[in-house]
Design a protein around this ligand. Structure first.
Ligand SMILES: [Zn+2]
Length: 199
């Protein structure tokens, strides 16, 4: 870019690599940062730099955590015998935005996908086995409404149906092919409320 100092161009380029940020927005953001006091921008840089060091995964449920266990697993008022199984940590964040679910989660970190060579061993199934063995009142399958998400739900249903008191699947407020991440919290909440018992 003619007339743009190399450091500014680098900032624009990095910002443009973020999802949903085009070249124009990237330039606007970079110029905005340049206009803010240096201390503010340094604070932002520091937060970003520490992100990978600070945030890991909960050893119990697999969601984001800054300690060994996440805040949901540690929360005394959450029902530990109701477990909602989701594919990704971001799905937990989306569910929590609705704010109505009082149980806990289990994040698989993916879904079964034979085409991509992803089998049960690649997912956090062993950890779920262990939790089920500890006793589960209800297991809610909240994998996506994609082909692989449905296959994953079937796999989990076969595996756990006789081992939990209740097994349910979130309802079809979730559109066909739907990733949970892209639903609004109302739709997601309704899908959870109207979950159906697994036959
Ligand atoms: Zn947790």
């Amino acid at each position: 870019m003619v007339g743009v100092p190399a450091s500014l161009a680098a900032a624009i380029e990095m910002l443009a690599s973020l999802p949903g940020v085009g070249p124009k927005t990237a330039m606007r953001l970079a110029l905005h940062l340049l206009n803010r006091p240096a201390t503010e921008v340094q604070a932002l840089a520091q937060v970003l730099a520490g992100l990978h060091d600070q945030v890991g995964f909960c050893e119990r449920c697999g969601c984001f955590a800054e300690q060994q266990q996440c805040l949901i697993c540690q929360h005394p008022q959450r029902q530990s015998d109701v477990i909602c199984v989701v594919e990704q940590p971001v799905d937990v964040l989306m569910m929590e935005r609705g704010g109505m679910f009082r149980g806990q989660y289990h994040v698989l970190h993916g879904r079964l996908s034979p085409v991509d060579g992803i089998g049960p061993e690649q997912l956090r199934i062993a950890a779920l086995d262990q939790r089920v063995d500890e006793g589960v009142g209800e297991l809610i399958l909240a994998t996506s409404a994609t082909v692989d998400g449905e296959a994953t739900a079937h796999f989990l249903a076969r595996r756990y149906q006789s081992r939990v008191e209740r097994l349910s699947r979130i309802a079809r407020g979730v559109p066909e092919g739907g990733e949970l991440e892209y639903l609004d919290e109302y739709t997601l909440q309704r899908a959870l409320d109207q979950r159906v018992l697994w036959e």
